[in-house]
Design a protein around this ligand. Structure first.
Ligand SMILES: Nc1nc2c(ncn2[C@@H]2O[C@H](COP(=O)(O)OP(=O)(O)OP(=O)(O)O)[C@@H](O)[C@H]2O)c(=O)[nH]1
Ligand SMILES: [Mg+2]
Length: 207
């Protein structure tokens, strides 16, 4: 499938489930804690530095943002979880918006679950991984900010992630793809894009 990444645009910031897009086109979802690099991944993979708003202050993405890629699929940027400075009410609101999208009113086709390679999976990340494995939605893990680690740390943390019980079967064999990624260096962006395209193409054939 030929996709022109240059032809991508922001479509809508959904603050309520009524504003979610449900037009049958595949929706590739970015999930992960605040500041893990979800918006940066969208910009990097689409080679469009300004498309998704990023910030060193966590909690930038507070609504469900839809980006159309060449009119063929959407990137869906979910609000990050685990941001302590939000008020209780805000946390509930963001949590419920994400919950509405994933569980009820959204149309997730494929989830890219982002985990900071240096930090490793947090409690919230594990909850998401647990939920994903039960959801039936296909997903992969993207290990972000790989540029922050030296070679030894990187190998060690990648291995720990790939052998994490939530990413393995009962035999301890890895079952969920883990892609090392750096928005800063551009590492992994073609692999992530290929994965997205192959998912979309497969579904086209199936449907
Ligand atoms: N070193 C490094 N920094 C990165 C990378 N990706 C993102 N960052 C930085 O991490 C910070 C957060 O990035 P965002 O892309 O805004 O993170 P987010 O997951 O969208 O955050 P929320 O919108 O708050 O949920 C920014 O300061 C980015 O510049 C990376 O690959 N390497
Ligand atoms: Mg963001």
């Amino acid at each position: 499938m030929k996709i022109n990444r240059q032809n991508s645009k922001f479509v809508i910031s959904a603050a309520t489930p009524a504003a979610f897009i449900n037009d049958g086109k595949p929706q590739i979802v970015l999930s992960g804690r605040s500041n893990v690099g979800k918006s940066s991944l969208i910009n990097s993979v689409l080679s469009n530095g300004k498309l998704a708003r990023t910030s060193s202050a966590p909690g930038k993405t507070v609504m469900v943002n839809f980006y159309s890629v060449d009119n063929k699929f959407y990137f869906v940027d979910l609000p990050g979880y685990g941001y302590a400075k939000r008020s209780g009410d805000q946390k509930k609101q963001f949590g419920s918006l994400t919950d509405s999208y994933l569980n009820k009113y959204g149309s997730p086709s494929f989830v890219l679950q982002l985990i900071d390679l240096k930090v490793g999976p947090t409690g919230d990340d594990c909850m998401m991984l647990d939920w994903l494995s039960a959801s039936g939605i296909p997903y992969a893990v993207v290990a972000t900010k790989a540029d922050k680690l030296n070679k030894t740390e990187r190998e060690k943390n990648l291995k720990a992630l790939e052998t994490h019980p939530l990413l393995c079967n009962e035999k301890g064999e890895n079952t969920v793809k883990v892609i090392p990624f750096s928005a800063l260096k551009g590492e992994g962006k073609e692999e992530v894009f290929s994965l997205v395209i192959s998912h979309i193409s497969e579904n086209k054939n199936a449907g």
